[in-house]
Write a protein that binds this ligand. Sequence first.
Ligand code: ADP
Length: 262
Amino acid sequence: AETSARQSQRMELLGQLTAGVAHDVSNVVQAVIAGAELIEKSQDPERMRSLARMVCQAGERGQVLTRRMLDFARRDGADGDDGTAVTDPAEAVGGISELMSRTLGQAHRLRCEIERQGLPTLVRGGRGGLEVGLMNLAANARDAMPAGGEIVIRLAPERVAGRHPARLVPGLYVRVSVADTGEGMPPKVLARAGEAFFTTKPRGKGTGLGLSSVRGFAESAGGALRIESEPGRGTTVTFWLPAAAEDTREDPASNVLPLRAR
Ligand code: ADP
């Protein structure tokens, strides 16, 4: 049941992505047409060359977007269900956050911070589940900030040794969090937020399956999920996925990728 719920969510999310990406691709096509028209009228070879370069860059941009989108559509949601799938978390988060930043409206910005030093190169859990999870959490963050605001996705390594607040067993994990500065949840909502089918959203907007499916994904990979929220201040949802091996990145610096919506 969890798998089919995730699949239908995936289709819904895909619809949202399609709309956002189509809008962007149409901007790219406009830039290509405008560039080609300018080349047609131009007499100056130097200017023609630089316009042609601009047209190529715009075209490549469109290609990257459509390719990401097709990759997302092709991953069939069946990954990870046998418990053996592993994912490069930095790559997955980078790819999906780029797509997501395009589906958010003007009012919302997405920032993605990846602490690369010591980050496991592979974690348990399928890429599809991780992507859908992040999209669910980002959609919740957006809904919690109707007037707009910043959504921050953070990815960092965490070595668990003793007792852990989310009851993780000792080992190396990737900690993924999605934070907003929105309306937050009153204690009564917070207590029930992760329950399947619990929603405070109007019919047609909420299914109440977002948080419970992300929790299901994290737990079936051997991790956990935690929700912290304060009314009027915002919400941070964190989930952990265990490293699939002891390999970690040893990049000297951590990366902060500011991703602007449009
Ligand atoms: P849905 O978004 O379809 O309602 P979820 O399981 O994702 O389902 O969320 C359940 C409920 O938890 C939401 O209806 C909302 O009341 C609350 N919630 C979830 N995320 C947030 C958030 N980032 N800020 C405030 N409330 C949230």
